[in-house]
Design a protein. Structure first.
Length: 561
C-alpha cells in the first residue's frame, strides 16, 4: 500500500514543473528548532510564535527564520550560528549541493551518494520536487544505552528503533506526513521506562507476548492550508501526530503531549489579533489483557486567544473527555462544548482553562494558567470542598538573565487540588492509554520547577532541571482497596457515601519527590545527535518514613527528530 501511494505521488509530481515554495507539512514538536524560536520570541526578535498551540508548518518556521536573518545584527555570535544551521534545514532556497545531500538522488540539486552521510549537510534518503509539490523521505532512529547508578550499578538496559519518515506538500495547499518506527528493548524494565517514558503506554510493549520486548509508533496526516485574505490563515488537519494545548513551561494542565498521540480532526483560524482552534480526537482507555474491557474515548477541545503585539496574549479554552462514542455536538468546531455537554445531560468530563502570557518586557516573559475541572460556578470560594477541582500555574521565562548571553532561566509553580482530572464514570477520567492528558503530577499535588538552558554553540546545549513535587496520596489496605480517599489519584473519583466532602490540599500519605536532571546535547554533524542524561530522583515518604533514591544515566543517539 505504501509503495502504491509513493508511486502515485511521484507520477503526479512528474506531470508538473517549476520551483518549490510549498512547505505546508508540520514540524514535529520534538524538533529543537522550537526551543530556538521560543528564545527569539522572548528576546522579541520574532512575534509570531504560539506556545498554546505550537504545531507549526515548515513555511511558518522558515518565515520566522528569515525575519531573524534580517535582524541578525541583534543576535549573538552563537545565535547567528544556530540560525544558519536551521536556515539550511528549513529554507527551500538553501537546498543545493553545498548544503544538502540525498542518498538516492532526486531533482532538488542536492548532492547524492554514500559519501554525503558523513558530511555536515542536511541529509535525505530521497528528495524530489516539481512546482509546489514535493516529497522528502528520510530514515529515523534511536539507540539508547541506560545504566543504573542507584540502588545498583549492575543494572542496565538497551533500546533501539528505526523507521521511515515521509513528508511533503501538494499544490501549495496540502501538507502530508507518514512516519513509522519499530523498536526493541532489553534489560531492566525500570530503566527502560525511566529513560523512555512513552513506552509505558505502548500496546506492543504492554502486551509483551513475543520473543523480544518490542514497541512501535506510527503517525501520519493530511493538512490543508489557505490564506483567503491578507493576514488570514485557515487550516484543516486530519491524522495523528503529537499535540500540545495550552500554556506551561514544565507540562501543560490541559494537554501536555505525554499520552500517546491521538487520531484527530483539527481546525485553526487566525485573523489579526484573533486566534481560534478546535480539536476532536480519539484515544483509548487503560490497557487491559482482556479485549472486551478495552474501549475508545474521545477528547474534544477548543480555544480562543487574543494576541496584542508586544503587550500580552490572553486565552480561554475548554476540553471534554467522553467514552460514549462519537457525539455529533462535539464535532461542531464553533460552539461552547461545556454547554453542549450539559445539554447532553452532563455525562462527560468537562474542563475549562484560562491563561495569560506577557510580552511587554524584552527578555522576560510571565505566564499563568487557571484550570477548572467540571464545576464552573459553585464553591469556587471554598477551597476545602471536594467539588473545588481547580489547578493553576504561574511562571516566568527569562532569556539572558543579568546579561548572560545564550542562557535561559525558567521557573514555574503548579498546584493541582484534590480530585482534578477524576470523573464519576471511570471511563471518562482525563487520561489516554492510562496516561494523564494534562500535568503528570496529577491531583492533590504541587510542583516547583526550574530549568537552566545554555547554548554553548550551535552544536552543544546544556540543560539542568530541578523539581520538587509534593503529593498527598490515597490510603489503601494490603489488598489495594481504598481505605481513605483524599483525591490523590486520578483513578479514584469522589464517592458521596464513602468519602469526606472536605478535601484538604496535600491530605493523606505525604510524599515529597526531588528530581535532578542534567542533559548534554551534542550534534557533531547535521541530523546526528548524541543526548547524554544524568537523572537523580529522591522520594521521601513523610507519613511512613520510607525513603527511595534512584539515579541512572543514559546516552541516546538520534537520527532525525
Amino acid at each position: 500500500m505504501t509503495t502504491k501511494i509513493l508511486l502515485f505521488l511521484l507520477i503526479l509530481f512528474t506531470a508538473l514543473s517549476g520551483e518549490i515554495n510549498a512547505q505546508i507539512e508540520n514540524v514535529p514538536l520534538t524538533d529543537p528548532v522550537y526551543n530556538f524560536l521560543k528564545e527569539m520570541r522572548v528576546k522579541r526578535i520574532i512575534t509570531d510564535y504560539n506556545d498554546d498551540d505550537p504545531n507549526m508548518s515548515r513555511f511558518q518556521v522558515a518565515d520566522q527564520l528569515r525575519l531573524m536573518f534580517r535582524k541578525r545584527n541583534q543576535l549573538s555570535r552563537t545565535e547567528n550560528k544556530i540560525l544558519n544551521k536551521y536556515m539550511v534545514e528549513f529554507l527551500p532556497e538553501k537546498l543545493n549541493s553545498k548544503t544538502t545531500t540525498s542518498l538516492f538522488g532526486g531533482n532538488t540539486g542536492a548532492s547524492d551518494g554514500l559519501k554525503g552521510l558523513i558530511t555536515d549537510k542536511q541529509k535525505y534518503l530521497f528528495a524530489y520536487q516539481k512546482d509546489n509539490n514535493n516529497i522528502f523521505i528520510n530514515v529515523i532512529g534511536n539507540l539508547y544505552y541506560v545504566n543504573g547508578i542507584k540502588p545498583t550499578v549492575k543494572s542496565n538496559a538497551f533500546l533501539f528503533d528505526g523507521g521511515l519518515d515521509i513528508r511533503g506538500s501538494l499544490f501549495d495547499k496540502i501538507g502530508y506526513n507518514f512516519s513509522v518506527a519499530k523498536g526493541g528493548a532489553a534489560g531492566d524494565s525500570v530503566l527502560i521506562e525511566s529513560a523512555f517514558p512513552p513506552i509505558k503506554a505502548n500496546f506492543k510493549y504492554l502486551e509483551n507476548i513475543e520473543n523480544i520486548v518490542n514497541y512501535d509508533f506510527a503517525n501520519g496526516y493530511l493538512k490543508y492550508y489557505t490564506s483567503p485574505a491578507d493576514g488570514m490563515d485557515l487550516s484543516f488537519q486530519i491524522g495523528r501526530e503529537q499535540l500540545k494545548y495550552g500554556l506551561g513551561y514544565s507540562k501543560r494542565l490541559s494537554l501536555s503531549g505525554d499520552a500517546p498521540n491521538m487520531d484527530f480532526l483539527k481546525f485553526n483560524f487566525k485573523y489579526g489579533i484573533i486566534n481560534y482552534s478546535s480539536i476532536f480526537g480519539s484515544t483509548v482507555g487503560e490497557y487491559s489483557p482482556v479485549r472486551d474491557l478495552r474501549y475508545t474515548k474521545y477528547f474534544t477541545a477548543n480555544r480562543i486567544k487574543i494576541a496584542l503585539k508586544d503587550l500580552f496574549d490572553i486565552g480561554m479554552g475548554e476540553a471534554i473527555v467522553s467514552s460514549r462514542g462519537i457525539e455529533l455536538g462535539y464535532l461542531n468546531p464553533l460552539i461552547f462544548y461545556k454547554f453542549i455537554e450539559m445539554s447532553l445531560q452532563d455525562r462527560d468530563n468537562g474542563t475549562l482553562f484560562m491563561d495569560i502570557q506577557t510580552h511587554f518586557v524584552k527578555d522576560l516573559e510571565l505566564q499563568g494558567t487557571f484550570f477548572l475541572d467540571e464545576n464552573i460556578l459553585s464553591n469556587l470560594s471554598d477551597f476545602t470542598k471536594q467539588t473545588n477541582k481547580t489547578a493553576y500555574q504561574l511562571g516566568f521565562y527569562w532569556y539572558e538573565p543579568v546579561g548572560l548571553k545564550n542562557l535561559s532561566l525558567i521557573f514555574e509553580y503548579t498546584k493541582i487540588r484534590p480530585y482534578v482530572y477524576t470523573h464519576f464514570d471511570p471511563k471518562n477520567i482525563y487520561t489516554g492509554f492510562g496516561v494523564i492528558l494534562g500535568h503528570p503530577i496529577g491531583p492533590n499535588a504541587d510542583q516547583l520547577f526550574t530549568r537552566l538552558q545554555y547554548n554553548l554553540s550551535e552544536r552543544i546545549t546544556f540543560n539542568l532541571e530541578l523539581q520538587k513535587i509534593r503529593k498527598g496520596e490515597n490510603i489503601y489496605n494490603s489488598e489495594g482497596e481504598i481505605v481513605r480517599n483524599v483525591g490523590g489519584s486520578v483513578y479514584d473519583s469522589f464517592v458521596a457515601d464513602r468519602d469526606d466532602d472536605q478535601a484538604y490540599f496535600l491530605d493523606g500519605v505525604r510524599v515529597n519527590d526531588y528530581n535532578v536532571r542534567f542533559n548534554f546535547i551534542y550534534e557533531p554533524l547535521l541530523n546526528y545527535t548524541f543526548d547524554l542524561n544524568y537523572v537523580y530522583n529522591i522520594s521521601r515518604n513523610l507519613t511512613y518514613g520510607n525513603n527511595t533514591d534512584q539515579s541512572y544515566a543514559y546516552v541516546r543517539f538520534n537520527l532525525g527528530y
